[in-house]
Ligand binder design. Structure first.
Ligand code: GAL
Length: 641
């Protein structure tokens, strides 16, 4: 696989006279890709039906003439103002029922069918005109589904769509009543048309209702995307991508990715650290100018898995970073500049995790509107900004780097969107999030120097993995249970595994009811974060602890002997949410039984293998020694293996 660079460009923001200079400069920098068009609807169709595509064609030709490959975005994340006059009810509504208005972006409800038709219409117009343009080498659908909390909408359109979805799923309202347990509190329905959305209830709504609404909302995103993809495929042979985000979990990215050829995501390490990693203040200070050492890597591995869902996915799944932070951003609580070296490090880190391309956002900083203070590779006056030289370095290094094929990692970690919604639906304690549980396991695996493959819950093939971690899967479909039970790897499940049936009721026999595992969860408690329960020998259970009825060997216990980790070589059950030291011990136990060697990493150092190279990434501001030699501060060491 050849690794390439690119950038995001907005020809509609700049005078046409400078497009050619820009294009030549991009090519001279060593860029291959340029993404355009994803917010340009008001210039493509300034008035309903008044199509202005010539300027876009000239932009594509200018970029193509410089040797660049164009990724053309469908502009459906930013419908023009006239669209709202045409469809006043197209806006999404928040949980209070208030419409989310015009004046920024993503002002549409996924369930509004007339807007979906408009999205299909504009996609067809673009695909028809540019589908066979030789410079259009890829497409991007919309922009960042789910950004700005836009998946869950409580609009009239969503209510109508949800009723249809329930009717299709349950067929008969009596079946829905039985599955949801609506007899509790006399919530029984006589007809699907009586079902409202689960907002504005007096106290908490039925969790089965909430979980169903979340599944419906995710399906709406998948359907919205699919409608565009079908049009693009009918007119163009170029691959289709979408740019996902960091820690956006409201829709099933695997299901969306199953319709696309390339999974990509937008990586803003410093913005994320402040805004959504959930790091402690001390950690935020330590990594303020480098970003979290695991958050980007987690998403690289996640989106590699999403890419693996593509129809007939190639052996090397195609995934990209569609937007890479090149300097300070403008949207986080604070917006520091990256430590010199980090833009290069982030780029190489993506390649180490198997990225095919990394595109910087954006080519030139905009002197107007919302993102005036967001860095680009160029300043608004076209002078190179700090990130430019680092991109130049990577381009030079790539020219000498071998072509690589990523190898299978020794450890798999299952990440499931349905489990994410289930924990949100019924957390049983403030702030308990599945994402954090899985991410904390991921961090522990990386602290042990292990490369990780993230896998979807639809995985049916675990050959080649020594260990599989599957914490927190609230509902485990039978096929996944069978796959995990038959795996040759050591499998870790719990806490909360198989704790709900498909309709969010507590199953009897009690969970996890797992083949080959003598464990029954008889009770669960959650507790204050300042009341950890120490483990015998170090570490602690935090937040969450299940009482186990078991005759299986205890491997880790609380100080009073209460079993926490039990099991055999084949399958382990963990009854608690563990702190960092507890997780390090858990990983060490599983690794030992799986015959996996671990290399404890110094703080801030991370390691990742491709098929041909080992990378060391130093996320700190001081040099660190690795087994392969010193790794400079904010630097990368790449050795052949
Ligand atoms: C992304 C988005 C871009 C731009 C960028 C700023 O989320 O796709 O359009 O807004 O953030 O960091």
């Amino acid at each position: 696989m050849k690794r390439t660079l690119g950038c995001c460009y907005y020809p509609e923001h700049w005078p046409e006279e400078i497009w050619a200079q820009d294009a030549d400069r991009m090519a001279a920098l060593g860029l291959t890709w340029v993404r355009i068009g994803e917010f340009a609807w008001s210039r493509i169709e300034p008035r309903p039906g008044d199509l202005q595509l010539d300027w876009l064609e000239r932009a594509i030709e200018t970029l193509g003439a410089a040797g660049l490959k164009v990724v053309l975005g469908t502009p459906t994340a930013t419908p023009p103002r006239w669209m709202l006059s045409r469809h006043p009810d197209m806006l999404a509504c928040d949980a209070e029922g208030r419409p989310r208005g015009f004046g920024s972006r993503r002002h549409y409800c996924f369930s509004h069918m007339p807007y979906r038709d408009e999205a299909v219409r504009i996609t067809r117009i673009l695909a028809d005109r540019f589908g066979r343009n030789p410079h259009v080498a890829a497409w991007q659908t919309d922009n960042e589904y789910g950004c700005h909390d836009t998946v869950l909408s409580y609009s009239d359109a969503a209510r109508a769509g949800f009723r249809r979805w329930c009717a299709a799923r349950y067929g008969d309202v009596a079946r829905l009543n039985a599955a949801w347990g609506t007899v509790f509190w006399s919530m029984e329905y006589g007809d699907f048309d009586e079902i409202d959305l689960p907002n504005l209830t007096v106290t908490e709504p039925n969790p089965a209702h909430v979980q169903a609404f979340r599944r419906f909302s995710s399906d709406q995103v998948v359907a919205f995307n699919r409608a565009q993809v079908e049009i693009l495929r009918a007119h163009s042979a170029a691959p289709v991508a979408h740019n996902y985000m960091g820690r956006v979990t409201e829709f099933d990215h695997y299901a969306t990715g199953a319709d696309l050829d390339i999974a990509s995501w937008d990586s803003y390490p410093l913005g994320f650290l402040e805004d959504r990693v959930g790091a402690t203040p001390a950690r935020q200070r330590a990594y303020a100018r480098q970003g979290d050492p695991d958050f980007q890597a987690f998403h690289h591995d996640l989106y590699r898995a999403v890419a693996g869902e593509a129809p007939g996915a190639p052996a090397i799944p195609r995934w990209w970073v569609m937007e890479q932070q090149p300097g300070p951003v403008n949207w986080a609580p604070v917006n520091p500049a990256p430590l010199p070296g980090m833009v290069r490090l982030w780029t190489w880190e993506a390649f180490a995790h198997g990225a095919e391309a990394v595109l910087y956002f954006r080519w030139r900083q905009a002197p107007f509107a919302q993102e005036q203070l967001h860095a680009g590779l160029l300043r608004p006056d076209s002078v190179a900004a700090e990130g430019f030289a680092e991109a130049e370095t990577v381009a030079r290094e790539l020219a000498d780097a071998p072509e690589v094929a990523p190898a299978q990692a020794p450890v798999a970690l299952i990440y499931d969107y349905d489990a994410e919604w289930a924990w949100n639906t019924q957390p049983q304690g403030d702030g308990l999030r599945y994402f954090d549980l899985v991410f904390e396991h991921y961090r522990a695996l990386r602290r042990a120097g292990l490369s990780v493959d993230i896998l979807p819950p639809t995985t049916r093939q675990l050959d080649g993995y020594r260990a599989v971690f599957a914490p927190g899967l609230v509902h485990v479909p039978d096929a996944l249970k069978a796959t995990l039970s038959a795996a040759k790897a050591s499998v870790l499940i719990g806490p909360r595994s198989a704790a709900r049936d498909v309709d969010f009721c507590l199953p009897v026999p009690l969970p996890p009811d797992w083949p080959g595992l003598d464990v029954t969860v008889s009770r669960l408690e959650t507790f204050r974060s300042d009341m950890p329960r120490p483990l015998d020998g170090g570490g602690a259970a935090v937040h969450w602890l299940e009482t186990l009825e078991t005759r299986a060997d205890p491997i880790l216990t609380l100080e009073d002997g209460t079993p926490v980790l039990v099991g055999s070589q084949a399958c382990f059950y963990c009854a608690a949410w563990l702190d960092e030291s507890g997780l390090d011990r858990l990983v060490a136990c599983v690794a030992k039984r799986a015959d996996l060697s671990v290399t404890p990493m110094p703080e801030g150092l991370r390691c990742r293998d491709t098929g041909a190279e080992r990378f060391w990434f130093n996320h700190t501001n001081a040099e660190i020694d690795s087994p392969d030699g010193p790794v400079p501060a904010a630097g990368v060491l790449r050795v052949a293996i």
